[in-house]
Design a binder for this molecule. Structure first.
Ligand SMILES: Nc1ncnc2c1ncn2[C@@H]1O[C@H](COP(=O)(O)OP(=O)(O)OP(=O)(O)O)[C@@H](O)[C@H]1O
Length: 271
């Protein structure tokens, strides 16, 4: 087993992953290698395979086996994981997770966060919550600027509030990396900017961020590595400056796109 504290161990190593759903090839020999500390944006239009890639990393779906039997996907250098162990090292927050936690079944905010220690949706009689778990849950809520929401029902929260709480839940494990699928979906421009500033703080303090989005505007200044997907393949990958060009985005999104930069963020508009 690799030393998980070793920053030289890659966060993610995907070599020619192909994924079929039914008859359709959804990821087509997709390779991706991410180092620890390498904040990355995975950008692509609707249907380019972003959610499928996340499901692959989260072990919810599996790639086609390679002929020579070598592993297609390694996370922190390992190809075999039990899912809850993996979740404590990579926090994953997606719209599907959010839907699950904001359904009408009652769930109070602090319980939602602290139950992250038990990989459960809420607390049960056999869950022994220690003082240190409580402290970490409160710290995680504070990190996400969500302490004031304690006592509220998850179902009563706004989209942005619920997302902060779910990221806090993922943070109780002090994960090495956070994988965020469309983290700004449903946020108004001001909430989006405030939320992105919270993510910047995490990126600056030791959490590797992998952000999946179709919006160039959400790529934080700390993210310097960008992977552009199209039709289940990597169309471009490299430094932000090299990948977020008008030509590359135009090719990926199939429309003339012009980018501008302001304060470390990029903007993209259809020309
Ligand atoms: N279970 C499935 N069965 C058949 N096709 C699927 C399935 N899941 C995804 N697809 C198809 O795979 C392709 C990639 O889907 P995916 O959801 O990964 O894209 P995406 O980049 O996340 O899109 P979006 O930005 O719209 O969320 C799409 O054409 C989609 O219709």
């Amino acid at each position: 087993m690799p030393h998980l504290s070793d920053d030289a161990t890659p966060l993610l190593d995907i070599t020619e992953a192909s994924v079929m759903r039914g008859e359709q090839l959804i990821l087509d020999r997709l390779s991706l290698h991410l180092a620890m500390g390498q904040h990355t944006a995975i950008l692509g239009p609707n249907g380019s395979g972003k959610s499928t890639l996340i499901r692959l990393i989260a072990r919810q779906i599996y790639p086609l086996a390679r002929r020579d039997g070598t592993p297609v996907i390694r996370i922190f250098g390992r190809d075999r994981w039990n899912v809850s162990e993996l979740r404590s090292l990579i926090g994953i927050v997606s719209p599907a997770v959010q839907l699950d936690y904001t359904s009408d079944t009652p769930l109070e905010v602090f319980d939602a966060v602290v139950s992250g220690f038990f990989s459960a949706r809420g607390l049960w009689v056999d869950h022994q919550v220690t003082a240190s778990m409580r402290e970490r849950a409160h710290d995680a809520l504070a990190q996400m600027d969500a302490s004031h929401l304690v006592g509220r029902e998850m179902a009563s929260l706004s989209t942005g509030e619920a997302r902060r709480v779910l990221i806090a839940r993922a943070l109780v494990h002090r994960p090495r990396a956070l994988l965020l699928d469309e983290p700004c979906a449903g946020l108004d421009p001001a909430s989006r900017r405030r939320f992105l500033e919270s993510l910047r703080h995490l990126a600056q303090h030791g959490t590797t961020l992998v952000l999946v989005t179709h919006h160039v505007e959400e790529i934080l200044p700390e993210i310097q590595h960008v992977v552009l997907l199209r039709e289940g393949r990597v169309l471009h990958e490299g430094s932000k400056m090299d990948v977020l060009t008008d030509a590359a985005l135009t090719a990926a999104f199939g429309m003339p796109i012009r980018t501008t930069q302001h304060g470390g963020y990029y903007n993209a508009a259809v020309d």
